[in-house]
Design a protein around this ligand. Structure first.
Ligand code: ADP
Ligand code: MG
Length: 703
C-alpha cells in the first residue's frame, strides 16, 4: 500500500538535507502534498524554436543560430555583444557581465541555443543576458517538452531546485497517493470545475504540455486552475461552516420575547418601525429565543434604522435578565449610541454603562463595576469592551455595529466575552448571541463566502418621508459659486457639512487641511458659525462639536472623514466633499449618508479637481446616478476588487492561494452547496480539506 503524499516528509526527497528542509518548512512546505500545492506563478514556453526573423519585442523566445561576430562594446557600460544569425534573420545578444573564457567561447562560428526576453536595444532587437547552451557539443541539450513553470520566488531556493523537488513529488503523484476529497457524486455536471480530477489538475499546472493555452493560465481561467480554486473556496467555506457548527453546539441563553417590554419600548419611540425593521426584528427575536447561539449579520443601507432594531433585541435580552453589549468602531459613534440607548431604555428602567478608551480613572472603575455586578444591563462602548479587564456579569447578547471596520478575530473576541465566567469547559457555558450590523452592503456572492458562518438579514427600506439625496458632480473651478450656494442654504436655516480629503492618511495633515479650509470659508462667509472637527481633537472636544452642530448652534461643520461612520444629524441637508475623486465608492456613500436624514430635500456636491483618472470619474458618475448602497457595492467590487470592498482585514483573514473572489465569483453559489453537502454527507473529508488548504494558519483552530 502506498502512503499518501501528505504523510511523506520533504526530507525524503533527493537533495534535501537538514538545511534545505528548514528553509522549506519556513515556507510552509512540510510534505509532498504541500509541495504540489505550491503552484507556479506563471510559465514560459521553451518547447519551440522561433525563427529569428519572426520574433516580437517583449516576448520570451528560444532561438538557435550561429555567432557571426562578437565584440566588446564600450558605452555607458561595457558589454559583450554577439550577433547571431539563422536562416531568417540576425539579432544581438548583449551581456553586461562576462569573463574572458566566455568571451573566447562565444567566438564567430559557434552554434547556440538561447533563451531570453526580447527587447528593443541600440542595435535593433536584443536579448539581454540570455540563458544559452552550445549546440556544437556531442550531446546538446534537448528542447523542453513542457512549458517551464516559474515558482513564487523563495529566499535561498533556486527555481531549478524547486522545479526538481516538485518533479520528484509529481513522480509519486497518483490517484492512490493523494486523497480526492470531493466525491464524484457532488460534481455539478458538464461545466463543473470538478470534472478535472485533482491529479490531472496538479500534473498540468506543474508540467503543462506544449499547446496548453498560456493565456488561460495567465488569467487563472484554465480548467485545472479553476478546479483547484473551487476546491480552495470549498475548504474556506467549510472552515467557516465548521466554526458556525462549533458555536451552535454550544448553549446560549433562551431569550423569550417579552411583549410588555417590547410594547413599552415601541410606544415611546417617536416613530413607527418600517416593515423591513419589523421583519428583521422578528428574525432576531426568533433566533435568540432558541437555545442555539445566534450569529446574524444585519445589512442595511445608511439611514435605514439599524440602531433601533439592535435596541429592540437588547430589550428582549434584558427582559430575560441578561446583559447586552453594543460595540461601535469610533468614540463619536459610541457616544451617539449611548445617547440613543439612554433615551430609549431609561423609561424602561434599564441602566446603560459606557466604556471607551477615553473613559478613565474613577469613572472607568465605576463603569467596570456596574458591568461586572450586573447593575448595568446595557453596555455601550468601543473595542475597549474587548479588553481583559472587562468582565460581564451575564452577557446574553453582543452587538457589533459597522462590522466592516472589524475583522473576524474581533468578532470572535467579543463573543468569547460570554465565556469570561470561570467554568470547566467552554462547551458547558452559555455563549452570547451575536448580532452584527453593517452599512456597507456586501454583494450577495461575496457575503456568502466571507460570511458563510453568519445568517443574513437585510433592512431594504428607508424610513418614510426621506427624500433621496440629489448628487451633483462639479469642478473645483466653480468653488465660488458653490460657496455662494452654501451661504444661501445656511441663511435659510439649513445646515451643511464640508468634508476635506487627503490622499495620504495622516491625522496631522488632514487636520491642517481642514483647519485651512475652515479659515478660508470663514473669511468668505463671515455671517456663518463654522465648526471644525478632525481626528486630532480630544474626544471630549469632538463630542462637544457634534453636540453644537446637532442643536443648531453651528451652521457649517468642516470635517475630515472622521464623520464618515454613522453620525446622525437630521437637520443637515447639504454636503460638500472636496476632491471627492480621491475617495472610494463605499466611503463616498457612507459620507453622503450623513445627509438626507430629515424630511427636507438634500444635496451632495462632489467637487473634483483636474487631472482626474478614468476610475475616479467613473466613481463620481456612479454616485450621481444612484443612491442604492447595494448597487454601489456591486460597482465598487467591479472597480476595486474584493480585497478593498471587504476591507483588508476580512480578505487578509481569508488568505487565498489560488482562488480569487472576484475572478471566481461565478463559482460561489456552487461552492456553497458543495460545502453544505460535504458537511452533511461526507464529514470525514471536511477536516482533511481544511488542513490541505488552511492547515498552517491557526485562526480556525479555535472557535
Ligand atoms: P443606520 O441604519 O444608518 O445606523 P440609524 O439607526 O442611525 O441608521 O437611523 C437613522 C435615523 O433614522 C435615526 O435618526 C433614527 O432615529 C431614525 N429612524 C430609525 N427608524 C425610523 C423609522 N422607522 N421611522 C423614522 N425614523 C427612523
Ligand atoms: Mg448606524
Amino acid at each position: 500500500m502506498s502512503e499518501f503524499l501528505h504523510q511523506i516528509s520533504v526530507d525524503t526527497l533527493r537533495g534535501v538535507g537538514p538545511q534545505l528542509a528548514t528553509k522549506l518548512k519556513k515556507l510552509g512546505l512540510y510534505n509532498l502534498q504541500d509541495l504540489l500545492f505550491h503552484l507556479p506563478l506563471r510559465y514560459i514556453d521553451r518547447t519551440q524554436i522561433t525563427p529569428i526573423g519572426g520574433i516580437q519585442p517583449m516576448t520570451e523566445v528560444v532561438i538557435e543560430g550561429e555567432v557571426r561576430a562578437s565584440d566588446v562594446v564600450f558605452g555607458r557600460r561595457r558589454s559583450l555583444v554577439c550577433r547571431m544569425q539563422d536562416h531568417s534573420g540576425v539579432i544581438s545578444l548583449r551581456f553586461f557581465h562576462f569573463n574572458r573564457a566566455q568571451q573566447e567561447r562565444l567566438k564567430p562560428g559557434t552554434r547556440l541555443r538561447c533563451f531570453g526576453e526580447v527587447r528593443r536595444g541600440k542595435s535593433g532587437l536584443e536579448l539581454y543576458h540570455p540563458e544559452y547552451q552550445y549546440l556544437d557539443t556531442p550531446n546538446p541539450a534537448q528542447l523542453e517538452e513542457t512549458l517551464t513553470p516559474i515558482y513564487p520566488a523563495t529566499e535561498g531556493i533556486t527555481q531549478t531546485r524547486i522545479r526538481d523537488l516538485c518533479g520528484q513529488a509529481l513522480a509519486q503523484l497518483s490517484q492512490s497517493t493523494i486523497a480526492e476529497l470531493l466525491p464524484a457524486e457532488l460534481s455539478w455536471g458538464d461545466n463543473s470545475p470538478f470534472s478535472v480530477s485533482l491529479v490531472e489538475a496538479l500534473r498540468l499546472l506543474h508540467n503543462p504540455p506544449p499547446g496548453t493555452a498560456l493565456h488561460l493560465l495567465a488569467e487563472g481561467q484554465h480548467p485545472a486552475q479553476q478546479r483547484l480554486a473551487a476546491e480552495e473556496l470549498v475548504a474556506h467555506n467549510l472552515s467557516l461552516l465548521k466554526l458556525r457548527q462549533k458555536v451552535q453546539q454550544q448553549q446560549a441563553p433562551v431569550l423569550l420575547e417579552d411583549k410588555t417590554a417590547k410594547h413599552k419600548f415601541l410606544a415611546q419611540l417617536a416613530f413607527d418601525l418600517t416593515a423591513a425593521q419589523q421583519r428583521v426584528g422578528d428574525e432576531i427575536s426568533a433566533d435568540i429565543s432558541t437555545g442555539i447561539p445566534m450569529l446574524r449579520l444585519v445589512q442595511g443601507d445608511v439611514g435605514s434604522g439599524k440602531t433601533v432594531v439592535a435596541a429592540m433585541a437588547a430589550v428582549q435580552a434584558i427582559a430575560n435578565g441578561k446583559q447586552a453589549a453594543l460595540m461601535a468602531p469610533t468614540e463619536i459613534l459610541a457616544d451617539q449610541h449611548r445617547i440613543n440607548f439612554e433615551q430609549w431604555l431609561r423609561p424602561l428602567g434599564i441602566r446603560v454603562a459606557f466604556l471607551t478608551g477615553k473613559v478613565k480613572g474613577k469613572a472607568r472603575e465605576m463603569q467596570l463595576q456596574a458591568i461586572a455586578d450586573g447593575s448595568a444591563q446595557m453596555v455601550v462602548g468601543t473595542h475597549a469592551l474587548f479588553q481583559d479587564s472587562v468582565e460581564f456579569s451575564d452577557l446574553g447578547l453582543s452587538i457589533i455595529d459597522e462590522q466592516h471596520r472589524f475583522g473576524v478575530h474581533q468578532r470572535l473576541a467579543l463573543r468569547n466575552k460570554g465565556f469570561a465566567a470561570k467554568g470547566p469547559t467552554l462547551n458547558q457555558l452559555p455563549a452570547p448571541h451575536q448580532l452584527i450590523m453593517t452599512a456597507t452592503p456586501i454583494p450577495r456572492t461575496l457575503a456568502m463566502s466571507a460570511y458563510a458562518d453568519l445568517d443574513c438579514s437585510v433592512i431594504d427600506e428607508l424610513p418614510p418621508g426621506r427624500t433621496p439625496v440629489e448628487t451633483l458632480v462639479l469642478s473645483n473651478l466653480r468653488r465660488n459659486d458653490i460657496i455662494e450656494r452654501l451661504r444661501v442654504a445656511c441663511a435659510s436655516g439649513r445646515q451643511a457639512y464640508w468634508v476635506c480629503t487627503l490622499i495620504e492618511e495622516s491625522d496631522v495633515l488632514e487636520a491642517q487641511a481642514a483647519e485651512a479650509t475652515a479659515s478660508e470659508l470663514q473669511l468668505m462667509l463671515p455671517d456663518l458659525n463654522i465648526g471644525l472637527i478632525h481626528g486630532r481633537l480630544k474626544p471630549r472636544e469632538k463630542l462637544e462639536m457634534m453636540e453644537a452642530f446637532k442643536c443648531g448652534e453651528i451652521n457649517l461643520l468642516v470635517a475630515t472623514t472622521v464623520i464618515e461612520v454613522g453620525v446622525d444629524v437630521p437637520n443637515a441637508s447639504l454636503m460638500i466633499i472636496d476632491n471627492a475623486e480621491r475617495l472610494g465608492l463605499s466611503q463616498l456613500h457612507q459620507l453622503r449618508g450623513r445627509v438626507g436624514r430629515g424630511s427636507q430635500s438634500s444635496h451632495c456636491l462632489l467637487l473634483y479637481s483636474m487631472p482626474i483618472s478614468a476610475n475616479g470619474s467613473a466613481r463620481l458618475k456612479i454616485m450621481h446616478e444612484t443612491n442604492d448602497g447595494f448597487k454601489i457595492a456591486e460597482k465598487d467590487l467591479e472597480l476595486r476588487g474584493p480585497g478593498e470592498v471587504l476591507g483588508t482585514r476580512q480578505t487578509g483573514d481569508m488568505q487565498l492561494h489560488i482562488a480569487d473572489l472576484q475572478r471566481d465569483a461565478h463559482l460561489l453559489p456552487q461552492i456553497k452547496t458543495t460545502a453544505e453537502a460535504l458537511l452533511l454527507n461526507h464529514q470525514s473529508n471536511v477536516d482533511p480539506l481544511i488542513m490541505r488548504w488552511l492547515g498552517h494558519s491557526e485562526q480556525y483552530a479555535q472557535a
